[in-house]
Ligand binder design. Sequence first.
Ligand code: XMP
Length: 589
Amino acid sequence: MIAVLDFGGQYAHLIADRIRRLRVYAEILPSDASPRRLQDVEGIVLSGGPASVYDPEAPPFDEEVLELGVPVLGICYGHQLMAYVLGGEVRPGGTREYGVARLQVLEEDEVLRGLGPSETVWMSHGDQVVRVPPGFRVLARTPDCPVAAMGDPERKLYGLQFHPEVTHTPKGMRVLDNFLEVCGARRTWDMERFLEGIEEEIRRKVGGRKVFLLVSGGVDSTVSFVLLTKVLGKDRVYGLFVDNGFLRKGEREQVEGTLGTFGRVHTVDASEDFLRAVEGVVDPEEKRRRIGETFVRVMRREADALGLNPEEWVLGQGTIYPDTIESGGTRNSAVIKTHHNRVEAIKRLLEEGRVVEPLSQLYKDEVRRVGERLGLPEDVVWRHPFPGPGLAVRVLCSDGKGFPFPEELSEGVEKVADKFGLEAEVLPIRSVGVQGDFRTYAHPVLISGEADWGTLEEVSTSITNSVEGVNRVVWELTPLKARRPMRATLTRERLDLLREADFRAHEVLRGWGLEREVWQMPVVLVPLGDGGETVVLRPVCSQEAMTAQFAKLPLEAVHEMAEAVLSVPGVGAVLYDVTHKPPGTIEWE
Ligand code: XMP
């Protein structure tokens, strides 16, 4: 087993996921796990994290862990911590580096075996190691980082400033695999074993009680429902499908059809409750909070109506790993976005031991494999992810004033775009993004003009890297005439319009056979225009949603989608999101 010590980086669990994909069992442990607890593991990874080693509040760590004789790999913060503790030098602050960097490999030591002299890696840090501790050698550097990788092969201690666990580091898996070789780790982890373990855990947790589960039709809740039903039997699992009014076109019928064949599902139309809860609300976090609370209220009401005695029933949820990480569910991680499965009311139930989340240790790819093993149809297993709060987080709202910004912001953005022969304009709205380990809420920039994907990628990356206050870049597919904010809230009319736009865009995507090419394609309404709505297409490629690249779909298909969306009455303009994650999140709120 490999222990990943969690220093709060949002990628901590991603490291474990990657290691498991390499068929070695990995577990997340708190940063101050005791040396005794770690003495028998095959290897230890120190994760990244938002702290600086100089912070008085830095997560606790027992230095003796480095003396156990167990191989250790420090990543990002873990790399700095190792250098700091063992007598190297860490320089605080300075320039923050986010994004792709060129790694110059100086020594193809054990962990960098198989890498070329120059590799692309993903960096995200403020502090950096400037002198290695005694016994260590510098294995690689980047133009901005003198010690991008270091190692002491004698003691089997290694440190990497870059993130091998994200897909933006193309040879990252090779590096992790090399470390597993150094550890001599056994390759025994697979879904079969997971299923055995989790079935036992479900039985233990639920005991003699029954499970009441909210199903959304998404992969996670569907797999949870089928798994729970398989373990506990149809009589002990009751699926409640809440039509929150934020579903896509035709979704309700589809979900009822699929889930009904596996177990007991009951649908409740609560769209009025939800619409009322978010009426007039503009702030995205507030919207999420209210939706989460409404979920719980509706669930309680339905449970009461069904006469479910709370002593006999527990709540089931389809929560998966990233849902718990990004809401600061792991002890040290910074809050990026509150997940609806982690609002206060649910947290209280969790504390009371009244929630069962059979997939909370898994990433989406593992959930899909579990789904396949359970015999779910391919189109269900491979469905695009759809957020619990549904279209509500894709209908951006505004008080009509928007978010004004200083002139310098425009100038900065225009200067960068000009280098590419393109026009750029800061938009007076905001969307959610993620930078390093922190959530951002900043302006999108609109790029206009003819360009290929490569140029758009470059201009987008340069703008978000160099202009503070911008976390997203969109490309103008059809002319956006009015670039001012318009007063808009979450209404049935706007939802209906989005439903139709979303449907038509996906129809084109399917028609081109591109559905499996993308991880998901949110279609988003943004409050810009003077009457006509502005729609953003946000197709992304991803493996686990922690990071993502905007999808470079065939331009012909993209323009066909734009036309299809524009043909929806009430739509005024169509834009295409050309932002990777980070710095933008997949969803806009
Ligand atoms: P972001 O926007 O954070 O999304 O890059 C990552 C993945 O999570 C989905 N998502 C959610 N799923 N409830 C969910 O069940 C939520 O509140 C939620 N917010 C985002 C998103 O669609 C993407 O796949």
